[in-house]
Design a binder for this molecule. Sequence first.
Ligand code: ZN
Length: 455
Amino acid sequence: MQATRFHFAHALTPEGWSTGVTVECDSHGIITRVAIGSGAGAERLSGIAVPAMPNVHSHAHQRLMVGLAERAGPGSDSFWTWRETMYGFALRLSPEDLEAVAAQLYVEMLKAGFSAVGEFQYLHHQPDGAPYADPAEMSLRCLAAADRAGIGVTMLPTLYAHGGFGGQSPVPAQRRFINGVERFLKIVERLTGEAGQNALRRTGISPHSLRAVTPELLREVIAALPLEAPIHIHVAEQVREVEDCLASCGRRPVEMLISELDLSDRWTTIHATHMTAAETRALAGSGAIAGLCPTTEANLGDGIFPAVGYMAADGAIAIGSDSHISVSPAEDLRSLEYSQRLRDRSRNALAGGAGHSTGRTLYEAALRGGARSLRQPMGAIAPGYRCDVVMLDADHPLLAGRSGDAALDTWIFSGGNALVKDVLVAGRHIVKDRHHIHEEAVARDYRAAIRRLET
Ligand code: ZN
């Protein structure tokens, strides 16, 4: 890749909103220089430039079942009945199917303004539970899909050792997920080798939850990892999970995580929905990032994250699209804010102070937390960061007369994906005028995978 220069009419930089910004990138797509000026000779992009968003929580295969779990069952529907439906899909996917589904999903992410994804990948084995010849087969398919789409990816292979708290045996429907420590570390090693020096790839781990991994086992695995490897874990998503944890261990899940493991900014706690005020303050103070998935949490009826208290205690946040019921940074940030307004009957709950824009506060918090969570060099239009940029369509009627924070708030609270016009990843122009450069071929392969799964 050659060194590249871009000129943005308007851009959000660490110094604030700027007009006439020229950015230079090196051959790896890392920004080397940002200057104000006419940018003679640079590729000119119209619209409003903002850093692209990290998506810290994805289960790519769940994209398949969007819209298929919204019909009422005979009893009362819950996360647990949804999980049965999801397991049904998870048991049928071939490696080729997963690659096709993930590529389609990643194209959609890019078109919405995400430029990197944390793939929390727990389908490891064949449908009957036997390992593939390469134990990392399914994770490698996600890497191939990310390459095809051109998105940054932090692979987080999932450690799933038990079926429930206290080391319970897994149920048959979990047979594709289960690994012992030795085989799991082989997967991590394989993916770390594949990431190599690729500027778009990172590797970490995702212990599934305290249901699936005991603290002792987790400490053993962490001791074998490079110090910088990120760790993502589902925690306290469901009230029943909190009750089961209390019954089994005498402690609540977040309380147990904090007391048993040395949390820091290498950790991302996914959901952390059900916390006491003390847990909320302790998690914020630990340096861990809360990986929030507000549209999925709403879709599954999980509950409401205590974001007002957590952010007031300087807790770090990031967002993820999780089940992909919605793939939109704007919609997830909006849902996060609206959950607090509905609960507290308030407005601008997370703005962080008088005169602050809620959209800007949330967007910048999710950029900072997301980049740290994924260990991806992104989140700012500034030297040393990857040139991952979203161009909002300044010619869209919704943005008439809007600039700066008002434009960002209009994107997040109203326009959503319709306002995303162009996306750069590592200085590569991947979404041009709302069109991903490979979207027809990727969609064709996705439809073929759906046909295979229907037969
Ligand atoms: Zn999840």
